[in-house]
Design a binder for this molecule. Structure first.
Ligand SMILES: [Zn+2]
Length: 859
């Protein structure tokens, strides 16, 4: 639908013509409990610099009842293809649109959810990228900023939160009216409305004269689990840190954080009214990695209040800058803010962000960080590992390149110069050049306009006394997948080289050299004449973005002593290196398993432990030689059980191993242990078998045919919540029967009734790695259905299905051939093609890695 898919060209033309002043938006949510539709009345005032010109406003709605432009009625029938044409504009215009809009259950627009615990209705908006137009008529592009004044009618007793502070509601009877003050000039995509019988906890950020009211909200059924104090603590640390580093006071009148149901992303930076997925309100024990990740998200959204909300990208091609900055900001704040509980955040950054970026950057769809975004469909599939994680990694490299003080000075100038406005990348780079005195054009070209990952390898030559005779860093151009955009280039890298000695099993850094790597070979004269250390680690401290390889001697030490690094960051870098060598077919899966088993017992960083656990399972499922796979899984399951029993009672490690065992348990003994933990007949000292862990155990029992429908129903009875319903859907879809698979498939593919969260849960249950044969017939069904799904479902819903139901478990030449045939015959739209091509790349990589593992088995 071209009308829905606004192009950059159309946006540019409209921005050249119009200046939008103010929206007054009236929403009647009085019958929200019944669902269906609601009335939306928009009055928008704007000017046009060419009187007589035509334009249009965006709206996605079942119907339009009234259009009045400058006092004259227009035919409501002119509303078509998600647009209202605006002919013959005056210099000053007032447009009034009365429409019937629809509640959604996909997490897009105005999402409506009914909590099974209290039967109450909860609403929230999610507008990024282009969904404000599902709630009110809007000029849906980030550079047409305006003020927004919402007037909301909602049931009496409800809590209504928006960007402006919540007013006292007026009226009597069954509904009340909330009339909000206008916002400052902001973009449509960060306006917001959250309404329902939510409960709030309140505090304030105080700093001298400054007083910012803070609120934290969730549904009443989650209130007992809401640790608002911990959330306020991180929030206040963020206020202190960002206000100082940005030298700009928080720009909005209050700061609310709302934990809302069935939220698609982690969170959304609506100005002063941030929404979060409510799994961040922890119902059961989670590891410290989950608290760290939540804190990072809180800080990420807070950083957006300046970068993104106060100063906003002109068009979505700079989305990467918005997301990269916030992602960099979350990590640097956690690392440096006084009182931070996670000063090792760069380890997590290396472990998670870098891994995500490296994976995405090797897909056929990889692209330069500065992507061409020609229309809204382009941007909707671009919330990816390049935009968030590679962009943030490259910003970290930029900070190392210009120095952190100069970086923040540039950022300060940028905020002051462009407050409440829109910018392009060049505006930020200009400010950074002024502050640092460095010319960033070559840097920007090498890092932002090209795709792929360089590989850095050490070249160490020793003399007869075992001293270093020459030391160089070799750089390779990225191996870009066929069809990838951009050219493969060498880049300037600011890196550190760490030298580590082994003593009593501990690997301790004895020296560090920082240098600029440029070109294919960079000599490091500082290291000549030195004794050869046990481990030479390139990119120590993780300053740059590159794949790191170890020389043979270092690799031998690391394979045996990875757990011996006394610091967490070099361990994380070596774990990451081993993982991407496995993915690249440079390390056989069985050798990766051995390395993991030797090192993981000494790994203290729980986030790293959990990543390695996931990666080992993934490697065994996808990259192991199928003939040997079962042996590998058995070895891993046995290790998981041992670690579970040996872990300190009540520790995070114990919980992580319990979950890891539940993902892989296969022997009667192991499955019996899961069943025993669930029914209470077996105890592992200190392990709380709480609500979430119970579902984890039950899912594996269901998938292996040891828990039937009545067991699932009984568990749902114990936990009859929205989360419980989702888990039950996963369990039912996981059962190892043809009927269960057919039922799950039909509910997702043949019906569109599932909400975004239930659908995701069904897909997760459907795909079970030890049900390959049972699932084999669904490969053909997938290709028959996928185009229709793309054409008829919403963006979020179809994205879940396209990626989630692709036959990823059928690693074979036949799957590649079937994919290729479909790609040729179906002529998919670019955004659909991209998702299928990405999934196909997983099969190709797995086939290659399986061959490597098979060869290793034969040696
Ligand atoms: Zn963000």
């Amino acid at each position: 639908m071209p009308g829905t898919n606004l192009t950059r060209e159309e946006a540019r033309t409209r921005a050249d013509l119009l200046r939008v002043d103010a929206y007054d938006i009236e929403l009647d949510l009085g019958s929200a409990r019944e669902g269906g539709t609601f009335r939306s009345t928009t009055v928008v005032r704007f000017t046009a610099n060419t009187p007589g010109a035509d334009s249009f406003i965006d709206l996605v709605a079942p119907s339009v009842e009234e259009i009045t432009l400058n006092g004259a009625p227009l035919d409501p029938g002119s509303f078509a293809d998600s647009r209202i044409p605006l002919p013959n504009l005056a210099a000053e215009n007032e447009l009034r649109v009365v429409a019937t809009c629809a509640y959604t259950n996909t997490g897009e627009g105005l999402h409506r959810f009914v909590d099974p615990v209290d039967g109450e209705t909860y609403l929230y908006t999610q507008f990024e990228v282009p969904d404000a137009r599902r709630v009110f008529a809007s000029f849906e592009q980030p550079d047409l900023k305006a003020t927004f004044a919402f007037t909301v009618t909602a049931p009496e007793g409800w809590v209504v939160v928006s960007n402006a502070p919540t007013p006292e509601p007026v009226g009597e009877g069954a509904t009340r009216v909330w009339k909000f003050e206008p916002t400052g000039r902001i973009s449509t995509y960060i306006t917001a409305l959250i309404a329902g019988p939510y409960v709030g906890v309140f505090d304030a950020y105080e700093n001298g004269e400054q007083h910012v009211p803070l609120g934290v909200y969730c549904r009443p059924s989650l209130r007992e689990f809401l640790d608002a104090e911990a959330i306020f603590e991180v929030t206040k640390q963020g206020f202190d840190y960002f206000q100082e580093k940005f030298d700009y006071a928080y720009p909005f009148p209050k700061y609310d954080q709302l934990f809302v149901p069935e939220f698609n992303a982690g969170a959304m930076e609506n100005a002063g009214a941030v929404t979060f997925r409510d799994q961040y309100v922890f119902r059961s024990k989670v590891t410290d990695a989950a608290y760290e990740s939540r804190a990072a998200t809180i800080l990420h959204e807070l950083a957006h209040m300046w970068f993104g909300n106060l100063v906003t990208m002109e068009w979505w091609n700079d989305l990467w800058l918005n997301e990269s900055f916030a992602t960099f900001a979350e990590a640097v704040c956690q690392a440096e803010a006084p009182g931070s509980r996670w000063p090792h955040s760069w380890t997590t950054f290396a472990n998670q962000m870098k891994t995500w970026a490296y994976r995405q950057d090797q897909l056929p769809s990889t692209h330069p960080i500065m992507a061409e975004i020609n229309d809204l469909e382009d941007v909707q599939v671009n919330f990816d590992g390049i935009t968030y994680a590679k962009g943030a990694s490259v910003l970290k490299q930029l900070v190392a390149y210009v120095g952190q003080d100069a970086f923040f000075q540039g950022v300060q100038a940028y905020f002051k110069r462009h407050a409440w406005g829109n910018t392009r990348l060049s505006d930020l780079l200009g400010a950074l050049e002024e502050a640092s005195g460095r010319d960033l054009k070559a840097w920007s070209k090498a890092w932002l306009e090209t795709a792929g990952i360089n590989v850095l390898r050490p070249s160490v030559v020793l003399n007869t006394d075992g001293e270093i005779e020459s030391f160089a860093v070799l750089q390779e151009a990225p191996a870009l997948p066929a069809g990838a955009k951009g050219e493969a280039v060498l880049r300037p890298h600011r890196i550190a080289v760490g030298l580590y000695e082994l003593a009593d099993g501990a690997l301790v850094r004895t020296d560090r050299v920082e240098l600029d790597v440029d070109g294919p070979r960079t000599e490091v004269p500082e290291l000549v004449g030195r004794h050869r250390p046990a481990v030479v680690l390139l990119n120590d401290d993780d300053l740059s973005y590159a794949k790191i390889r170890l020389d043979e001697d270092s690799m031998a030490v690391v394979t045996e002593h990875l757990g011996g690094f006394t610091e967490s960051l070099p361990r994380a870098l070596c774990w990451a290196s081993a993982w991407d060598m496995t993915r690249d077919g440079e390390l056989a899966t069985r050798d990766y398993l051995s390395l993991a088993l030797s090192g993981i017992g000494r790994e203290s960083d729980i986030g790293v432990v959990q990543s390695v656990q996931r990666q080992v399972k993934l490697a065994l499922d996808a990259y192991a030689d199928p003939e040997w796979r079962e042996q590998g899984l058995a070895r891993w399951a046995a290790a998981a059980e041992e670690h579970l029993r040996a872990a300190e009672p009540g520790s995070d490690h114990q919980l992580a191993w319990a979950r890891s065992l539940a993902a892989v348990a296969r022997t009667d003994g192991q499955l019996g242990l899961l069943a025993g933990l669930l029914d209470g007949s077996v105890e592992v000292k200190g392990l709380a078998v709480d609500t979430e862990l119970r579902w984890t155990l039950l899912t594996r029992l269901a998938a292996t045919g040891r828990a039937d429908d009545s067991a699932i129903a009984a568990e749902l009875e114990r936990d009859n919540t929205a989360a419980g319903q989702e888990h039950a859907a996963t369990c039912r879809a996981a059962r190892p029967t043809a009927e269960a698979k057919a039922e799950a498939w039909a509910s997702v593919v043949e019906s569109d009734k599932l909400t975004n969260y239930v659908q995701e849960a069904v897909i997760a249950g459907f795909q079970q790695s030890d049900q390959r044969e049972l699932l084999a017939p669904y490969a053909a069904k997938y290709f028959a259905a996928v185009k229709g799904i793309w054409e008829t479902r919403s963006h979020e819903i179809s994205q879940q299905i396209i990626g989630g139901l692709y036959p990823s478990l059928q690693v074979s030449a036949e799957t590649l051939a079937a994919t290729d045939a479909w790609l040729t015959e179906a002529e998919p739209a670019p955004a659909l093609r991209r998702q299928v091509v990405e999934a196909r790349a997983g099969i190709e990589r797995a086939l290659k890695a399986q061959a490597v593992d098979r060869a290793a088995g034969a040696r």
